[in-house]
Design a protein around this ligand. Structure first.
Ligand SMILES: [Zn+2]
Length: 107
């Protein structure tokens, strides 16, 4: 499964420029520990290592076309601010560029 989203859309969904830049860094530095695609739930789940706050768990739900329709993260930034946190940016960048294998294991 490949996430059906464009890079500029990920940038627009991010809380701000800082969240986007941090997310890109998490992605390029390989901080995404695991990512699975749950085909039954149409949901990506990922665990991202964050040196400041510890692990964050992201969930991205997609529609039939693979477009993201819902996203959430376990971190405080996500609860506090509008838009996608750095972990969600990293997760979307990975899912957009890599075929994610289906898995049922809850991360
Ligand atoms: Zn987060």
């Amino acid at each position: 499964m490949i996430l059906n989203i464009k890079l500029n859309e990920i940038q627009e969904l991010a809380t701000n420029g800082k969240a986007y830049a941090e997310g890109r860094q998490f992605f390029t530095d390989g901080y995404i520990r695991e990512m699975i695609y749950d085909a039954a739930k149409k949901q990506y789940q990922a665990r991202i290592y964050d040196p400041e706050t510890g692990d964050a768990i992201t969930t991205i739900t997609v529609n039939k076309q693979g477009r993201p329709i819902h996203a959430s993260c376990s971190c405080d930034d996500f609860k506090q601010f509008v838009g996608c946190c750095s972990h969600l940016v990293a997760s979307m960048l990975l899912a957009e560029s890599t075929e994610i294998n289906p898995g049922k294991k809850k991360i």
